[in-house]
Design a protein around this ligand. Structure first.
Ligand code: NAP
Length: 334
């Protein structure tokens, strides 16, 4: 039987997910949509044969909705997640889970009270075949223990409304989650270093920034988060271990020999670079909902990412490394 999915938010990624749920993966059907931008949502509803609702709450509580996808604006996530838990429905929430750690704690409390894992957060890199291969090599133990991660997150350019904090909460948050997942351990402290301003970035934006994290066992992570690389969307990651190193592969692109040069294409943005990861993420989510056992990133993962992002922003303001302080992990998430 098909899983009936309601989608809140029919902007860029919302429409991408509706297309993927309808045309790419199996076992799901989009039955209801809403967006604050009603005109777009109505058009999308018509295109996919879904029902349009005036509000996200109506989508969540609609009888023809078994599970919810939240792809609306960041500050709306927590409220919709809480409403989904209240109605006992599975919910896939695009990152970030919430915009404050307190909201994440409210979600954790509600989920624990419901005694059921209902929430998955959209950290799609965990579904990327390259990152999965990287993790497999680390866990095989053949390279010894990981010591350092060197990574970079480069965007071609940034939207005009992008802010210095968004570099951490919106882009850097993927790096925060993926390093923690690769190493399977928690952070002790973190710091943001500022760099000479790129003259091509907005004058109001500190760009690039360098994120530094240290795990409880002492692994050091450095990530260049660069919103105006000027050449493409480029994600790099190398894990240096005791006996070797392992590096994230570049996407499969043909090598062209032409005009005395060798070259291959670099993607423009995340939607192209991680398209397969999103497809796998949604197929696995739909399957796990049907089996009644979620396997993807949890509310706890969303909470830790949020606390770590807050810590990094604090450190940029204090100029010193700051401890990452979380609540005790509830038994429910162990
Ligand atoms: P977007 O194109 O601006 O779409 C967001 C949509 O949500 C817009 O249509 C917006 O309407 C609508 N919206 C705002 N408030 C709402 C509300 N109260 N109820 C319902 N809809 C509301 O942004 P996007 O790029 O699709 O991003 C959406 C979410 O996905 C963000 O949280 C973002 O962080 C996340 N995201 C994740 C990834 C990833 O790699 N996992 C990538 C991209 C985005 P208006 O345009 O009228 O404001």
């Amino acid at each position: 039987m098909e899983l009936k999915v309601g989608v809140i938010g029919t902007g860029g990624i919302g429409q991408e997910h509706i297309r993927r749920l309808t045309n790419v993966i199996t076992g799901a059907k989009v039955t209801a949509v809403s967006d604050i931008n009603k005109e777009t949502a109505q058009k999308v509803a018509e295109k996919y044969g879904a029902k349009f609702y005036e509000s996200g709450e109506e989508v969540i509580n609609a009888p023809e909705v078994d599970a919810v996808v939240i792809a609306s604006w960041d500050p709306t996530h927590a409220g919709y997640v809480l409403e989904s838990i209240k109605s006992g429905k599975y919910v896939f929430c695009e990152k970030p889970l919430a915009t404050t750690a307190d909201e994440c704690i409210d979600i954790i409390k509600a989920e624990v009270k419901a005694k059921k894992h209902l929430v998955q957060v959209g950290f799609m890199r965990r579904f990327d075949s390259g990152y999965r291969e990287l993790k497999k090599v680390i866990e095989s133990g053949k390279l010894g223990a990981p010591l350092m991660i060197h990574a970079c997150h480069r965007n071609l350019t940034h939207i005009p409304s992008h802010t210095t904090d968004m570099t951490i909460t919106n882009s850097g948050i993927h790096e925060i989650d993926i390093s923690r997942w690769l190493l399977d351990e928690e952070y002790e402290n973190g710091q943001v270093l500022t760099v000479k301003q790129n003259s091509n970035s907005s004058k109001k934006l500190l760009d690039p920034q360098i994120i530094q994290l240290k795990t409880k066992s002492g692994v050091r992570i450095d990530v260049e988060v660069n919103m105006s690389s000027g050449y493409g969307y480029d994600i790099q990651c190398e894990v240096v271990c005791e006996k070797g190193a392992v590096r994230l592969p570049d996407p499969n692109k043909v090598l062209v020999r032409y005009n005395c040069q060798r070259s291959y294409e670099i993607y423009e943005d995340w939607s192209q670079r991680f398209i397969e990861a999103y497809d796998i993420e949604f197929q696995e989510w739909v399957n796990s909902v049907k089996y009644n056992k979620l396997t993807g990133p949890s509310s706890w993962d969303g909470y830790v990412a949020c606390v770590t992002a807050d810590t990094l922003i604090k450190s940029r303001n204090t100029g010193a490394a700051e401890d990452v302080v979380t609540i005790d992990k509830p038994q429910f998430y162990k």
